[in-house]
Ligand binder design. Structure first.
Ligand code: NAP
Length: 332
């Protein structure tokens, strides 16, 4: 079968290649999935660059999520229950950018047929992160302001739609003025650009008082620092990404005086702490919100596995529209 492989960490276009490798065999408690599609997410590329929190042994194949059909069971009741079913392929170890992948049976979650393959491919990473941060951790009350940076990301657009759905007001920070109109149309209550001056000044003009109680930042550097500086007393900032690779500068006095909190979020870690019934409820909630077009993903260009370098370039192109998908059913 074809698989995307890298045997050293580095720039994706220099270290990724497509290789002919043996089709893997599932062991006890595992299933094999014939893959249909897998998105190119920022976390996949952080792994390739050697910058992710947990790194695989090399050589490795990237790909944390995707959609496919369970075609072989290595033993165990759970595996037989999903045999032949279309599943969302949750693969914390990575490996989905291949025609077949073996995963623990419990990570192959069937999704009802009314949700299309393209949405099942991105069922987990972004939708569950948004649900977790907005509804489960911050529990942003109706009518409150929620500030978010990198608001034009696929995840950021889900935040806007979920906030609208839940009666929360959003202030959305983008790095390009030309990205502002789209987010206003999508329902962002306020949209600001880092091209127009410090985030905290723009935020206080919008909300008045000493700032916002709730904020999300995947950018870091000056943008993340601006998000922290926009917090009101008792404000909470969730940091969930490192798009600039630069640290956030925290003014300790500001943090102490107003009891402001900065906390990290990592989906893999958060899910490990959920019980099985709780994670089933989360999946049910996400499915319904995808059906309602709230946590759905805008799909961008699709590439066959053999064009992985083009896929990566497209995924990282500033201003790119929609999530890039690897179509794993096609060779070229
Ligand atoms: N912690 C977790 O468990 C977790 C889970 C899911 C996602 N995430 C993180 O969530 C973030 C968004 O993911 P996604 O899949 O929605 O990404 P995406 O659709 O690929 O979008 C990336 C966005 O980031 C913006 N961006 C890229 N580099 C930037 C920079 N240096 N400064 C400011 N903005 C920048 C881009 O802006 P332009 O539109 O201007 O190009 C684009 O809007 C990523 O950082 C990802 O790692 C974290």
């Amino acid at each position: 079968m074809n698989a995307v492989v890298f045997d050293r960490f580095g720039e994706p276009d220099q270290v990724l290649s497509v290789r002919d490798v043996p089709i893997p065999e599932p062991g006890p408690g595992e299933v094999r999935v014939r893959m249909i599609a897998s998105p190119v997410n920022p976390s996949d590329l952080l792994v390739v660059r050697g910058l992710y929190g947990v790194l695989p042994k090399l050589p490795a194949t990237p790909g944390f999520e995707g959609v496919g059909v369970v075609d072989k069971v290595g033993g165990g009741l759970l595996g037989w229950l999903v045999k032949g079913k279309r599943v969302t392929v949750i693969n914390g170890a990575g490996g989905n950018w291949a025609e077949y992948v073996v995963i623990p049976a419990k990570q192959a979650r069937p999704v009802k047929a009314d949700i299309p393959d393209e949405q099942v491919a991105s069922f987990f990473v972004n939708p569950v992160t948004v649900l977790a941060m907005v509804r489960k951790i911050l529990k942003v009350p109706q009518g409150q302001w929620l500030l978010q940076t990198a608001a034009g990301s696929e995840l950021g657009k889900m935040v806007i739609r979920l906030a609208k759905h839940d009666g929360i007001k959003t202030i959305n920070v983008v790095r390009r003025r030309d990205a502002m109109d789209e987010l206003k149309t999508l329902g962002g209550d306020a949209v600001i650009s880092t091209e127009d001056g410090p985030i905290e000044d723009q935020v206080r003009k919008i909300v008045g008082g000493d700032g916002v109680r709730y904020a999300l930042d995947p950018v870091g550097g000056d943008t993340g620092t601006g998000a922290f500086n926009s917090l009101a007393s008792e404000g909470r900032l969730i940091v969930y990404g490192t798009l600039t690779g630069e640290p956030i500068r925290i003014d300790s006095r500001r943090m102490i005086a107003g009891k402001r909190v900065v906390e990290g979020f990592w989906l893999g870690y958060w899910m490990k702490e959920r019980s099985i019934p709780e994670s089933l409820r989360i999946f049910h909630e996400v499915g319904n919100l995808i059906r309602a077009n709230v946590l759905s993903t805008e799909v961008g260009k699709k590439f066959p596995i053999t064009q992985i370098i083009d896929a990566v370039h497209e995924a990282e192109r500033p201003g790119r529209k929609g999530k890039v998908l690897l179509d794993l059913t096609k060779q070229s």
